[in-house]
Design a protein around this ligand. Structure first.
Ligand SMILES: [Zn+2]
Length: 286
């Protein structure tokens, strides 16, 4: 438990959040209201029911619930509302800068134009900036299971959206069976466009996934990366090349990516000298 003095210090600190999913920061109330407004069926009919859905047993179940609930978000105004609510929550935690990821394929496959998503996020973030002064930016987090071919289209939209607060491109989704290497050309193109690049790696798959993100994709930032501890050579490489791991400890414990708080590798990585940031991932689910 935190001492009151440490708790107050952490609240007061100016902070950044670099690993945060838009769809994973939606509140149960907003899910319910948007589902009712848009006449979208979700597997619950009242607030208590939606709140129950926010509990799950493992990573697979988490992804299923996450996808089902994201369907409630439909219009540009919905995305703006979500972005605004997330921004206010960040400002209340004294977060001064955040990069918020969204999952383009999740919306594209439902027929939602990515321009509505990005435009809505820009609307919401702009309003938050006007009211609080904090700066919020958008990152495309492409589901790797959809493969590199479709990623070219998504990357092109990201490039066109750079004037609307889009600063980065990432791969996320199902790490098992979908290594980083096939995305090498996509990442090279993204870097040439001036986008920052990041990859989820070493969360549920081991050190090989992190090697791929660093070597094949040229990432200087890794989402999670905690399983880097399995390879001492990789630890040395991360330090030598100043690769930063955006670590989300609560997420890791709750999805089972780390067996327990005691066994979470963050302390080990920190003591070894790896650059780390602390993040929330999907705060309303975790
Ligand atoms: Zn993530």
């Amino acid at each position: 438990m935190l001492t009151p003095a440490l708790d107050a210090f952490i609240r007061r600190m100016p902070k950044v959040e670099l690993h945060l999913h838009l769809e994973g920061a939606i509140t149960p109330r907003t899910v319910l209201e948007l589902a009712q407004k848009n006449d979208i069926e979700i597997p619950a009919s009242d607030l208590a029911g939606v709140e129950r859905l926010f509990h799950y047993r493992d990573f697979g179940e988490f992804l299923t619930v996450f996808m089902a609930l994201a369907r409630a978000i439909v219009t540009r105004d919905d995305f703006a509302r979500l972005a605004y609510e997330i921004g206010l929550s960040l400002a209340a935690q004294n977060v001064r800068y955040a990069e918020v990821m969204f999952s383009p394929m999740q919306h594209l496959l439902r027929g939602i134009p990515l321009g509505d998503v990005v435009g809505g996020m820009a609307d919401g973030f702009g309003r938050v900036h006007d009211e609080t002064g904090i700066v919020l930016r958008t990152v495309f987090d492409y589901g790797r299971q959809y493969g590199p071919a479709l990623a070219w289209y998504v990357l092109e939209v990201a490039r066109e959206s750079m004037g609307q607060g889009v600063v980065g491109f990432s791969i996320g989704g199902n790490e098992i069976g979908y290594p980083p290497e096939p995305f090498a050309e996509i990442y090279s193109a993204a870097r040439q466009m001036g986008l920052g690049v990041m990859a989820h790696a070493g969360e549920v798959v081991g050190a090989a996934s992190v090697w791929g993100a660093v070597d094949a994709l040229g990432c200087a930032r890794i989402g999670h990366g905690i399983r880097s501890v399995e390879d001492p050579l990789l630890i040395d490489h991360l330090i030598a090349h100043q690769v930063t791991l955006d670590v989300c400890p609560t997420s890791n414990v709750l999805t089972g990516a780390a067996a327990s708080w005691q066994e979470h590798p963050m302390r080990y990585l920190y003591d070894a000298g790896v650059a780390l940031t602390l993040n929330t991932d999907d705060p309303t689910f975790f």
